[in-house]
Design a protein around this ligand. Structure first.
Ligand code: ZN
Ligand code: ZN
Length: 359
C-alpha cells in the first residue's frame, strides 16, 4: 500500500523515501502557509509532523487553507489539519499542539527535529522562533508571503546568518514584549490570497524535502515576485553583534530528568539540588491583586483577568519569571511549559539547564 502510494517518487533523481519516512518536521503556524506545507510534506511521505498553532478555524481562513472544512469552523486549527492529514496520508504520525510556540514545542523537540518550518505571520513570532531555534542550533526555514509572492528564508547552518541578524535592535525587541502589553490594538490583517501562500509554501516544502533527503540546496533567501514573474536569491550576512548566537550547552545525561511537562512543581523541586530557582521562558501569571480592596487571587495557572469579585475594581495581574513560590501541586504545563522543554535552573553555584522527558 505504501509502496503504491509513493511509486511515482522512485523515478525522481535523488529521491530517498526512507529518509522522509524517518523524518520529523515541526511546523510552527498552521494557517495558509502551514496548511500547504503540511499537506505537501504528508503526501511526500514525511513520517512525523508536529503541528503547533494556538488559533481556531475561522470562516476567513477557508479561502486559503486546503486542510480545513466549513464544518471545522471553531475547531483548533491543528486538530482540523491533523484530521484531514490522517485521512490523506495514512500511517503518518501527527502531533497537534494547540498552543503558542513557547508552550507548544519544547527546545529538545526543536533540537531533535530534522527540520523546523516557520509559517508565521508576524515579525514578533519569527523573532521568537529564531531565538528558540538558535538556542538549540535547530535548522529551520522561515516562510512569509507578500501580496503576489513572498520569501523563503533557510537558516540551515547555525554558524551562518540567522533571522535576527538582519534586524535592528528595536525590531528584535518586539519579540520580548511582555504579555501585559498584549492589549495594544492588533495590526489589521494583511491582504492575502491562496495563490501567493500556495506558491511560497510549495517552494518552502521543496527546500525542506531536499534538505531531508540530503540533496544540495541554495541556502540563501529566495524572493518570489509573482507580479514580475521572477524569483531571485538574496545574500545575507552574519551580524557578529546579533544576540541570538548563544546556544545552550549540550545537556548531560544526569540533567535529562525522568519528568515530563505534566510533572508538578513539587516533583521537579525534589529532582533538583536545594535552593534551585527554576526559570521560565515566558512570564507566568502569578497573581491578580485589587488596588481597591486588596483582594488577591494568587492561584497561578488559574489567575483570571476579571473585575475584583469583592469590589468590582479591575484586578492588576503580576507575572513571574521563575517558579519560586509556585504552589507545589501546580503542573508545569499549566504555566505554559512545553513538552520536552529545556529549562534553565539557577543555583548558588551558577545557571545550568535541565531537559524534560516526553512522558
Ligand atoms: Zn543572528
Ligand atoms: Zn477589590
Amino acid at each position: 500500500m505504501t509502496a503504491d502510494r509513493f511509486a511515482r517518487h522512485h523515478r525522481v533523481p535523488g529521491w530517498n523515501q526512507n529518509s522522509l519516512l524517518r523524518a520529523t518536521v515541526a511546523i510552527i503556524g498552521v494557517g495558509a502557509l502551514g496548511n500547504v506545507v503540511a499537506q505537501i510534506l504528508a503526501q511526500a511521505g514525511v513520517g512525523r509532523l508536529i503541528l503547533c498553532d494556538p488559533d481556531i478555524v475561522e470562516a476567513s481562513n477557508l479561502s486559503r487553507t486546503p486542510l480545513f472544512r466549513r464544518e471545522q469552523i471553531g475547531a483548533a486549527k491543528v486538530d482540523a489539519a491533523a484530521a484531514t492529514l490522517a485521512a490523506m496520508a495514512p500511517g503518518i504520525e501527527l502531533s497537534p499542539r494547540q498552543a503558542a510556540l513557547v508552550s507548544g514545542v519544547g527546545l529538545a523537540e526543536l533540537r531533535d527535529a530534522d527540520m523546523v518550518i516557520g509559517c508565521l505571520d508576524s515579525r514578533a513570532a519569527r523573532v521568537r522562533l529564531a531565538g528558540r531555534c538558535g538556542l538549540v542550533r535547530a535548522p529551520w526555514i522561515d516562510a512569509g508571503t507578500s501580496p503576489w509572492g513572498g520569501e523563503v528564508r533557510p537558516y540551515l547552518d547555525a554558524d551562518g546568518p540567522c533571522y535576527s541578524c538582519s534586524l535592528t535592535a528595536a525590531e528584535r525587541s518586539i519579540g520580548d514584549a511582555p504579555h501585559s502589553c498584549a492589549n495594544m490594538a492588533p495590526a489589521p490583517a494583511a491582504g492575502a490570497h491562496v495563490a501567493a501562500s500556495s506558491l511560497v509554501a510549495s517552494w518552502t516544502a521543496t527546500l525542506a524535502l531536499r534538505v531531508l533527503m540530503s540533496l544540495p540546496v541554495a541556502a540563501r533567501t529566495i524572493r518570489i515576485d509573482g507580479e514580475r514573474g521572477q524569483a531571485g536569491l538574496i545574500e545575507e550576512s552574519r551580524d557578529p553583534d546579533c544576540p541570538f548566537h548563544d546556544p545552550i550547552d549540550p545537556i548531560p545525561a544526569h540533567r535529562r530528568l525522568p519528568l515530563s511537562h505534566r510533572a508538578t512543581v513539587a516533583e521537579l523541586v525534589r529532582a533538583l539540588e536545594p535552593e534551585s530557582r527554576i526559570l521560565l521562558w515566558q512570564p507566568a501569571m502569578r497573581e491578580a491583586r485589587c488596588l481597591g480592596c486588596g483582594h488577591c487571587d494568587n492561584s497561578w495557572a488559574r489567575v483570571e483577568r476579571r473585575p475584583c469579585p469583592r469590589c468590582g475594581e479591575p484586578l492588576w495581574p503580576r507575572t513571574a519569571t521563575s517558579l519560586r513560590g509556585a504552589p507545589p501541586a501546580l503542573r508545569l504545563c499549566d504555566v505554559g511549559v512545553a513538552p520536552r522543554e529545556i529549562l534553565a535552573v539557577e543555583t548558588p553555584s551558577g545557571i545550568s539547564a535541565i531537559e524534560l522527558a516526553h512522558r
